[in-house]
Design a protein around this ligand. Structure first.
Ligand code: F6R
Length: 241
């Protein structure tokens, strides 16, 4: 695991954006795994700016998002499809047909299987962008999730529901379940970039890097992947010293 520590979030956003945009320039049909949440927002805004300024071309790329809430249509402002369109896809010259976010509605069981197949048919994910939950989750693989899981329906923990309430309006219930890529699906990516910012992530990062590999701290499984780079600000890295 390679660890790159920057002074602050802005510098982390710059560095990760550079990695992604360079990869797109080198491989115009890159398959990119994307995440939602607060951490990637600064990266997506920089990708949009880079596209407008430098013309980085997304015409041929394919994307796969990690997860989606159960029961939310893509038109729901709390859905991850809405988030991705709003923050990124609507502002790039990407073919929206080539952007994949798991479906939160309809027959979820068969949609999960189809999602794995679609990733495989695209040739697998070249670069997977990840955040990390304060409880060590990656995607919506909460503590206790088997390392053998592929795309599946997950029950969110109280902690995650609380942390994500900020993305929903007052009085709006955060869905209790989600469709998520599994640990095994994530480990199949050729390269993984995990981004963590702020003091509240410091303990999760320390356990991921230094702790035992255990299903109780899902991100620890990344110790087994041959090509992982962590981009941290000083606060998120503060327990590593
Ligand atoms: C989002 C996802 C989650 C987040 C994690 C951190 O697609 O899969 O695992 O990456 O919950 O969220 P933020 O960035 O909001 O702290």
């Amino acid at each position: 695991m390679q660890t790159i520590i920057h002074k602050n979030a802005e510098q982390v956003y710059d560095a990760v954006t550079k990695q992604i945009t360079e990869a797109v320039r080198i491989k115009p049909d890159l398959v990119l795994g994307l995440a939602t949440g607060s951490t990637p927002v600064g990266i997506y805004s920089r990708m949009v700016k880079d596209h407008q300024t430098n013309g980085t071309d997304y015409k041929k790329i394919t994307t796969f998002n990690l997860d989606e809430y159960e029961g939310l249509e893509g038109s729901h402002p709390g859905s991850y499809r809405y988030f991705m369109n709003d923050k990124l896809f609507d502002h790039l010259n990407i073919d929206i047909q080539n952007t994949h976010v798991p479906s939160g509605t309809g027959n979820l069981e068969s949609a999960c299987k189809q999602y794995e197949k679609a990733i495989e048919n695209a040739g697998g994910i070249d670069i997977q962008l990840l955040g990390i939950g304060i409880n060590g989750h990656i995607a919506f693989n909460e503590p206790g999730t088997s390392f053998e899981t592929e795309t599946h329906i997950a029950t969110l923990t109280e902690e995650t529901i609380k942390a994500n309430a900020k993305f929903f309006g007052e009085g709006q219930q955060v869905p209790l379940r989600a469709v998520t890529m599994g640990i095994r699906s994530i480990l199949k990516a050729k390269k993984i970039i995990l981004v963590a910012l702020g003091k509240e992530k410091a303990e999760a990062i320390q356990k991921m890097v230094r702790g035992p590999v255990t299903e109780l701290h899902p991100a620890s499984v990344l110790q087994r992947h041959p090509n992982v780079t962590l981009y941290l600000d000083e606060e998120a890295a503060s327990y590593l010293k």
